[in-house]
Design a protein around this ligand. Sequence first.
Ligand SMILES: [Zn+2]
Length: 487
Amino acid sequence: MSSDEKSLTPRDEDFSAWYNEIVQRAELVGYTPVRGCMVLRPYGYAIWELMQRRLDEMFKATGHQNAYFPLFIPESFLEKEAEHVEGFAPETAVVTHGGGKELEEPLVVRPTSEAIIWPIMADWIQSYRDLPLLVNQWANVVRWEMRTRPFLRTLEFLWQEGHTAHASEEEAEEEALRILELYRSFMDDWMAMPPITGLKTEGDKFAGALRTYSCEALMQDNRALQAGTSHNLGQNFARAFDVDYQTEDGEHAYVWNTSWGVSTRLLGGLVMTHGDDAGLILPPRLAPIQVVIVPIWTSDQQRSLVLEVAGRVKGVLQRQARVHVDDRDTLNPGAKFYEWEAKGVPVRIEIGPKDVSKQQVTVVPRFGSEDGDGKMVKPESQAIATIPRMLDNLQRELFRRARTRRQANSYRDVTDMETLEEIIAGDGGFVFTGWCGGEDCESEMTEGTVATIRVVPDEEFRSDEAPESCVVCGGEATAEVVCARAY
Ligand SMILES: [Zn+2]
């Protein structure tokens, strides 16, 4: 056995070790000589491209256009919005020299782009006719994190950031919620990673925002992953960067802004939602290879025979699915199975000499669904015809599993700190409880349990009966909150 074939650390034993091994084994990322910076390898990048493609379609279908803004932000710009700079300054990278000379004004490498986008877009907005302005940028950002983990926290990461301007607070609020819903449906339908959505507390909102909404997904180790956020920025940035315009009545007014983003962190979510002890499991919609065909031969004569059939099956199947024939003669079939399992390919088709003579193939789904589990021998034409439905069923099955797991690990009616602490210190999960709205109670909750308030959940996620009292102080609850230990 080569070191490559050492089995993964089981999830039950050490989830964190399992995660670090799997992202490398599946060739999603690699380490680099730059501390805290990862390389997205071609297979990992291909998953990101599929995510990107779908999200981009969704943004455009809701009226947004892409643009690209500078990587650098003059330091004085970042300082214009007080809360924003306070929130981001500790983790910025700053360029002080260029072309061998000290710069007159240092340039901050963007940690997010509000402070460069609004001074520029302010010029694009003169009158109410220029509104709403709906822009998205696909970019990299840099945040100087001290402790890093592939996808979840790295110095540089890829993301998209939407930035919009509106004539009224209501419109900005509608936009922030529209995007929250867009993210939720992407995570449900494409990632099979159903999040809880809701409002962030004042203490946990985006630096400079009026309100932050978030998608919080529950990973297999029962920790929460903040997977996407959408902010109503109010007029904070408009005032800081003079984004004003002439209203229909000829008066001057500041615009109302939103910003929102999801990043390559979603890949970490995908791994931790679906992977098992054999490796990655990819939802078919985001699998760069949906079907891998592994031809099996022991002689040159068999080789050309099975490769011919493999090519024919691929030819038909590739009209409806992303198919790859693994014809490498440097690896035996067992090693290939092992590799594609680790990479999470949803369906494997094996074609050996015996299959060829019987005009059949062996179909092996990566995991069980209503179509069955384990090896299934089928006539070639039938196998080809049923693959698209099989992929749909696998996609649905992953969603069903993830939602069932979330429900099984959600605790409602928790009314005292002892129970909250016990759950968090034990198996973890989403704990629904009451909160008085006090900042002291929020921080006490975190100190006692390492859990944080993830969100005030949206209506569809709330308990049937609203909690009456705050889990910390026992005072009257003003909101139900979801607590969890988070990444
Ligand atoms: Zn309280």
